[in-house]
Design a protein around this ligand. Structure first.
Ligand SMILES: [Zn+2]
Length: 340
């Protein structure tokens, strides 16, 4: 009897100690992660303070809006996605990107490439991606005709050869578990030679009533000011290439939207909201990828609704974001090879 009591007693004590040490270990892990994040953020801010990039080629606002309008129809079922594909492939063909189709079990990606300059030293590939599909019943003007329109504008502005090649990838079935980008990122041949992956996901929505902008769960309080308006471009990048995020922050300037730069560690494991688009499969492969977004789900009541129409697009904001991306691309596409 006493043996049993003693066994239960010591058993209870050791379980309690076990829980105590587990708890302490979790606390230490959290503290280590917070420290790693603070270091990374300080480094990003240091590099971002190096000054504005030289301006890239000028984007055309009216062309962007016309493209959003032309693509703003339900792209959920195959007929809608097929219609969008035809339109997009035709445009990439006319711009010299020779698009090919990548089929996967539930959809079809469009992949077009403008090669690097013939005499380029150590050419690599800069990928600009945006998803084609919508949720059911939504015309998806912001989500994601706005991203598609900017991708087409980048294809047009950077038609002439640069040191690095420009690849435009228009992903299918993003709204269905990122199926298109998963199929693409999984292929070693398709990801070979990638210098950077730039994912455009909703670029035309703003909100201007104080407090209208919300922030994702898990964001450090200092980075999530309350009472804010939604007039900034969010840039979210992993740390495979620590210079990628600061580059896009430096691509903003006078007259352009602010860029809110958020670095993530461990492919966004601690902040799952940061993984909700086509960049995540590239993060999972350890490739440098950045998401550029207006965070519509945190600022717009049109998000994923029938009201996501051209009328909800802030044309100046869209054009400003496109200009930021053009400025960053002008530098990225001509970047010299890293020193040996
Ligand atoms: Zn989307």
């Amino acid at each position: 009897m006493w043996g049993l009591v003693a066994a239960v007693w010591f058993g209870g004590i050791s379980v309690a100690w076990g829980l105590f040490f587990e708890h302490r270990a979790a606390e230490r892990a959290d503290a280590a992660q917070a420290q790693a994040f603070a270091r990374r953020l300080a480094e990003v801010n240091r590099l971002a303070a190096l000054g504005s990039l030289p301006p890239g080629p000028a984007v055309e606002r009216d062309r962007l809006m016309a493209d959003v309008g032309a693509l703003a129809f339900d792209r959920f079922d195959e007929p809608g996605r097929k219609r969008a594909r035809a339109l997009l492939a035709h445009r990439l063909t006319s711009l010299g990107y020779a698009p090919e189709l990548q089929s996967f079990p539930t959809g079809i990606n469009i992949v077009g490439t403008r090669p690097s300059a013939p005499d380029a030293v150590e050419p690599r590939i800069v990928l600009v991606g945006a998803h084609v599909d919508t949720v059911e019943g939504s015309p998806g003007a912001d989500d994601n005709a706005s991203g598609l329109a900017v991708a087409l504008e980048m294809a047009r502005l950077f038609q002439a050869p640069t040191r690095h090649a420009l690849r435009i990838v228009l992903f299918d079935q993003e709204e269905q578990g990122l199926a298109g980008s998963v199929a693409f990122a999984r292929s070693p041949t398709r990801t070979e030679g990638l210098r950077a992956v730039i994912v455009l996901e909703m670029l035309g929505a703003t909100c201007r009533t104080p407090g209208c902008q919300r922030f994702p769960a898990g964001l450090p309080a200092a980075l999530a000011p309350s009472g804010g308006v939604g007039d900034f471009l969010a840039a979210v990048a992993n740390d495979t290439d620590p210079a990628l995020l600061p580059l896009f922050m430096r691509a903003a300037g006078p007259g352009l939207p602010r860029v809110f730069g958020l670095p993530v560690l461990d492919a966004g494991a601690a902040m799952p909201d940061t993984r909700r688009s086509d960049h995540a499969p590239f993060w999972d492969r350890g490739l440098p990828a950045i998401l550029l977004t207006d965070t519509a789900e945190l600022r717009s009541d049109r998000y994923h609704r029938t009201t996501d129409t051209l009328e909800g697009i802030d044309a100046d904001f869209l054009a400003g974001n496109a200009q930021i991306i053009a400025n960053a691309l002008a530098t990225l596409l001509n970047e010299p090879p890293p020193p040996p």
